[in-house]
Design a protein around this ligand. Structure first.
Ligand code: GAR
Length: 221
């Protein structure tokens, strides 16, 4: 049996995406192990969650570091100490630098709560609502030097409903995040992913080519 993929999960928030990874590993649908959880926020819900599950957990406060690069050098050191293969940003609310990206080339993933390139940056669900979009969603992508920009591995669409608030939409977006992130990482764990410039080539990944999410939904013809 090949060694499971060793994940280093970086987070700043409640860690529901970390939980989805923990659950998928326990269910046997993700051939990986969580080698370390790193947070820049000591009292993040995700830190407590990681500790509750007995995962190695390291808090690296950014205030103590002279620069972003110095911070990322500590992150890289910690990831290497724990033998990490793939870096998984799961609500890590910091811009990463080339120090991390060069240490893990094409090995840093992020999840973003919108269909990139629409609505990058903070408060993506709020941006989609304010814009009046009717469909938004979730993107899992490789991280590059620009924010929410790197090659796209997987996306899921989520309709915006007339009575949506940011909170209601966030709940539905997160439900899709929790399905999509473990699945996307499993594609990597099973060697089915190759990055070719901006395009991510997938081997043996299904796509329902006639599936469409339209909002509003036209009558069936
Ligand atoms: C997720 O919704 C993720 O998409 C978002 O932070 C949330 C973390 O939730 N990330 C970004 O907006 C990055 N641009 P969680 O702590 O419950 O996993």
């Amino acid at each position: 049996m090949p060694e499971p993929l060793a994940l280093g999960v970086l987070l700043s928030g409640s860690g529901t995406n970390l939980q989805a990874l923990i659950d998928a590993i326990a269910a046997g649908t993700l051939d990986a192990r969580i080698a370390v959880v790193i947070s820049n926020v000591p009292d993040a819900g995700g830190v407590a969650r990681a500790r509750r599950h007995g995962l190695p957990t390291v808090v690296l406060r950014h205030g103590e570091m002279p620069s972003r690069e110095a911070y990322d050098a500590r992150v890289v050191e910690t990831l290497r100490e724990h033998g990490v293969d793939l870096v998984v940003l799961a609500g890590f609310m910091r811009l990463v630098t080339t120090v991390l990206l060069r240490a893990f080339p094409a090995r840093v993933l992020n999840i973003h709560p919108a269909l990139l390139p629409a609505f990058p940056g903070l408060h993506a669900e709020r941006q989609a609502l304010v814009h009046g979009a009717r469909i938004t969603g979730v993107t899992v992508h490789f991280v590059d030097e620009e924010t929410d920009h790197g090659p796209i591995l997987a996306q899921a669409a989520v309709p915006i409903l007339p009575d949506d608030t940011e909170e209601k939409l966030h709940v539905r977006v997160q439900r899709q995040e929790h399905r999509l992130y473990p699945f996307a990482i499993q594609l990597i764990a099973t060697g089915r992913v190759r990055v070719d410039g901006r395009r991510v080539l997938l081997r043996d990944a299904a796509c329902a080519i006639d599936a469409v999410l339209a909002n509003p939904t036209p009558p069936a013809t």
